[in-house]
Design a protein around this ligand. Structure first.
Ligand SMILES: NC(=O)c1ccc[n+]([C@@H]2O[C@H](COP(=O)([O-])OP(=O)(O)OC[C@H]3O[C@@H](n4cnc5c(N)ncnc54)[C@H](OP(=O)(O)O)[C@@H]3O)[C@@H](O)[C@H]2O)c1
Length: 482
């Protein structure tokens, strides 16, 4: 099956922080892959902007090197690489001074989509927004893209929203949560709302519980200072896991349009109960070769590198169905999976010997994106009726052919959505604030109690208490498999 590529309108995309890790490792490779796919219109250009005193050729060299490391097989296509680099420009510019802004203004075309990607630390969002306005760079087709972290708590998120709102309309602001750009996450919506099969069962009557796991095998390399202030709760739970929870739990929106989808997600966050202290487990990795405290150079650090919790959504659909969420660093494998665990059949006609069997729908985000439905069938062979659970695998690569072996990176989808002007997969300001409003009391509780995270072995599945969180409820986590 060959996927269709619909070219976007001509655009000028300015990446503030164009020399930084995110721009070089994610944004530019994503733009290059979309260029190779034929999605760029004639004349579209990307302009890097940062303080480093580069000329255009030096910046192009930097981009070439980054693409060779990060853009996969496409970077071996020298003709495409050279053609792409012709569309790359650079301005030496300071977000907090006037240097470079007049030059940037000259490079922008008046009648095309104009996107400003704020790939810089959040303290620069305000100064950038002010200068975009002061230099009269905003046109009716202007959008800005902002990265996580969107605030540190509710108060700072409100302040950031207010800063941006002073210069841009909400319809111009694209807050990135790259999990929403993952192909499987979008597929989750297609599976839920494009089929008759699942939605009637998608409630507390049939779903026993839901598990959301975002496990990372890496540590916090290069981000020690930020991470020590943030921890797993702020870095992952408040945004990525919360967004996944929303998509799993939300009511069907009337339309697949930005506000309809985001209204439903917001209702889920607002229906979340406060989390009870004994429903949360915090952990911190330790071990001979990699210890969190050594990594951050703070032998008394109480920042969590792991968090698991049990959440409840107080609404008609989900009352009584717990949602177990966990995320952590230096775990046994890199694996992000949502498991929808259905209830047992109400009565087994096969007798007690047949054991307990329940359906499970697993939505794998990484690696090997795909969806698996576990169903119960008869074990082949003669002699009695033995039951066995087998996966019905909807792996995209197999189902959709070789061309889909390499699903688009989340940033490819998201950056093109910015150009198209489609905000569906971006967070709205009120969503982010509601997520902080749920998270803040949890963190404040830890601080008030002087909570210390439980140690867990690097390369394990997390602290033993996280197993207990499930065991107490007569349930268990699904494995963390690469
Ligand atoms: N890296 C990731 O994978 C990742 C993932 C998710 C979110 N983020 C977020 O994305 C943002 C950028 O992260 P990063 O990892 O790319 O950071 P980084 O590597 O430190 O890059 C920061 C960029 O900002 C530029 N910059 C700094 N001060 C500036 C100023 N006054 N005026 C203009 N440019 C300035 C830097 O270039 P000069 O020094 O040349 O000015 C550099 O290009 C951060 O908000 C981060 O939290 C990053």
């Amino acid at each position: 099956m060959v996927s269709r590529v619909i070219p976007v309108d001509p655009f000028d995309l300015v990446i503030f922080g164009g020399t930084g890790d995110l721009a070089q490792g994610k944004i530019l490779p994503a733009l290059f892959r979309r260029f190779c796919a034929g999605q760029w219109a004639e004349g579209a250009q990307v302009i890097g902007a940062a303080r480093t005193d580069y000329d255009r050729d030096k910046f192009r060299n930097l981009v070439r090197n980054s693409l060779e490391s990060h853009a996969g097989r496409h970077s071996q296509d020298t003709a495409a690489l050279n053609a792409f680099l012709q569309r790359v420009d650079y301005v030496t510019l300071d977000a907090v001074a006037d240097h470079g802004w007049a030059e940037l203004a000259q490079k922008l075309q008046p009648d095309r989509v104009r996107a400003f990607y704020f790939s810089v630390g959040p303290r620069l969002f305000g100064p950038l927004a002010e200068r975009i306005e002061a230099y009269d760079l905003t046109t009716p087709q202007t959008r800005i893209v902002v990265e996580k972290p969107f605030g540190h708590d509710l108060e700072s998120a409100r302040a950031l929203n207010a800063t941006l709102a002073a210069h841009f309309r909400e319809s111009q602001i694209y807050r990135i949560d790259h999990y929403l750009g993952k192909e499987t996450v979008q597929n989750l919506m297609a599976v839920r709302f494009g089929n008759m099969l699942f939605e009637p069962l998608w409630n507390s009557q049939y779903v026993d519980h839901i598990q959301i796991t975002v496990a990372e095998s890496v540590g916090i390399n290069g981000r020690e200072e930020y991470y020590e202030r943030a921890g797993a709760m702020r870095d992952m739970m408040q945004n990525h896991l919360m967004q996944l929870l929303c998509l799993i739990a939300m009511e069907p929106p009337a339309k697949f349009d930005p506000d309809a989808v985001r209204d439903e997600k917001l209702k889920v966050i607002r229906a979340l109960d406060p989390v009870k202290p004994h429903h949360i487990v915090r952990g911190q990795f330790e071990g001979e070769s990699s210890s969190y405290r050594k990594a951050v150079g703070n032998p008394r650090s109480t920042t969590e590198s792991y968090v698991a919790l049990r959440a409840h959504i107080s609404n008609w659909r989900w009352a009584g169905t717990p949602f177990y969420l966990r995320t952590g660093k230096r775990l046994v494998a890199r694996s992000s999976v949502i498991n929808v665990m259905f209830k047992d059949a109400p009565h087994s006609i096969f007798g007690a010997d047949a054991g307990r069997h329940a359906n499970a729908l697993s939505i794998r985000l990484q690696p090997n994106e795909g969806i698996t439905l576990k169903v119960t069938i008869k074990e082949p062979g003669q002699g009695g009726m033995r039951l066995v659970d087998v996966p019905l695998d909807m792996s995209f690569a197999e189902a959709l052919g070789a061309e889909n072996q390499d699903p688009p990176d989340a940033y490819e989808r998201l950056v093109m959505d910015v150009i198209r002007g489609n905000q569906t997969l971006f967070m709205r300001g009120d969503e982010v604030e509601a997520a902080w409003a749920w998270t803040d009391p949890i963190i404040a509780g830890w601080q008030a109690r002087g909570d210390v995270p439980k140690p867990y072995e690097s390369g394990s599945t997390g602290p033993g208490d996280a197993e207990l969180l499930m065991k107490r409820d007569g349930r268990r986590w699904q494995g963390i498999n690469p």
